[in-house]
Design a protein around this ligand. Sequence first.
Ligand code: F6R
Length: 601
Amino acid sequence: MAIFNYVIKIIISVCSIIGYKGESLAAPLLVTCLKKMEYRGYDSVGIGTINDGKVSVRKGVGRVEDVDSNLLLRVLPGRIGIGHTRWATHGKVTEKNAHPHTSCNGEIAVVHNGIIQNYSELKSKLMRKGHIFRSETDSEVIAHLLEEDYVSSGDLRGAVLNTAKKLTGAFSFIAAFSDGTIAGARFDEPLIVGISNDGYYISSDVIGFLNYTDRAIFLDNRDIVILKGSEMEMISFDGAPVMRPVTQVAWEFGGIDKGTYAHYTIKEINEQVETIFKSGKGQEDKIEQVSELLKSAPFVYFTGSGTSYHCALVAKALLSKYGRRKSDAIMSSEFQYLVNDIEPDPVIVAISQSGETADVLEVVKKAKPLGSKIISIVNVPTSSLARLSDISISMNCGPEIGVAATKSFTSQLTILYAIIDRLSGGVIGLENQRTKLQNAVKELVEGQKLIEQIANEIKNAKDIYVLGRSIHYPIALEGALKIKELSYVHAEGIPAGELKHGPLALIDKNSCVLVLNPNDSTFDDVKANAHEIKARGASLIGIGSSPSDVYDRFIAIPEVDEVLLPILEVIPFQVIAYYLALEKNANPDYPRNLAKSVTVK
Ligand code: F6R
């Protein structure tokens, strides 16, 4: 059992679920909704509909479009249905493991997002009672639990309640019953009801139904929604009625077309010309409030995962240098174990594009009851993190569909610059430099040809090292992360000053090293490091504003105040990673094994 728990904890869960009940035909709607949500998970897909008291299911392996054209998902009959895109967690990528899963009597179909931790005990019990399982998934237990309860009691509502209460882990599920009822339940995974003129949606992501309605109800943890006849009932896991407000969701969240770009990733890289300029604008009040809070806080913690953690590292450096405040940056996957031992009454700044990252939420959920104030910087203002925060600032950079974070990183960074600028009485001078910054971003994204060439030249490198010092070190980490996740080439960010303390042993004529060598206090030391690397025969690419012979290739960063350089320096890495992915025939939008929101630890 201990081993089993460990295994499920490191798995990521990133499926999308959707349900519809209304006046329109369900299947074509569900196919469109699933295409919108596909960016979250995408190895298999399925739809189940109810028509004339009969449940029909079609499912298969592949992208929504392919499975739909092979199996004609969209022709399933009925005005009630559920759908799912799967990113395998329990069980291989097979048609059998794709959702929906059905009960033995075929009268209940279920789609699920998350992890059912106790599924193996539940499955054994159900098998002893004669239930036959057809998949290797944890999700299938939900269909059998519902059946077991419903068949013996005849009480659908009670069956949903009892089933939800028996599950442990993090989950949201939607069940469709042959009598035409749809029910959804949420525990630690998002679930949202969409209310349109012709019916109801239940979805793991507003993007799923935003083409049809912008009126949404965000269910809370332990909420259940039941759509029976034309009625909607909302109750908690203990059966008591609950009321949740209807929210109007911003339509800009729906704008997720690639336009003329080949991939979302390159579209989103290019969009930074606008998004960096806009970040934080219109939220000056909140920026002011947060800067006051940080000023008076006994201690500040910045936290996040992956790219958002790299942003936290830059924020810590800025707060110390310009705000003269004590702070720490701790990655959320580690921070959650330290929460009980942190400084008293701190402010925690949680950074997350999705606002649904389980590790970040875990930190916040543990720290909040201990008296921490929670500030969040998110791109999804309706996300769980935003709703758990005392103050939440939105990145407002529009939906980021490419799995690798690009524009969200520079947006979150710019917002943190704005907060620290405010707190330090304007010493950074961000606002006066916005236009200059925007022009610099434009110059960088327009310089993609050179970077494309560089990507071609380094495409056979087995290992890529990225070096930086001081505030540029987090950018070295972020640059290496972009390269490894998009191109699958091993890449490592290294503090340049640590080179001689070990990593230099790795460098030889086959190594490729990218060096952040800006014109600031780190310039001479980094250049000396570049010479040491050159002496070992490695190929060297410099990134900065003073080209030098030591570099085989040089990517020029336009002149801005040195404090703003990290915002610009990351862009060449995003572009290199994108073109390296193309060189390797990898799809930059959907790196293997990764998903956009990692909603389970
Ligand atoms: C890297 C990347 C991930 C995310 C991380 C946190 O390109 O996308 O490392 O940054 O999973 O996600 P959010 O910011 O949504 O909490």
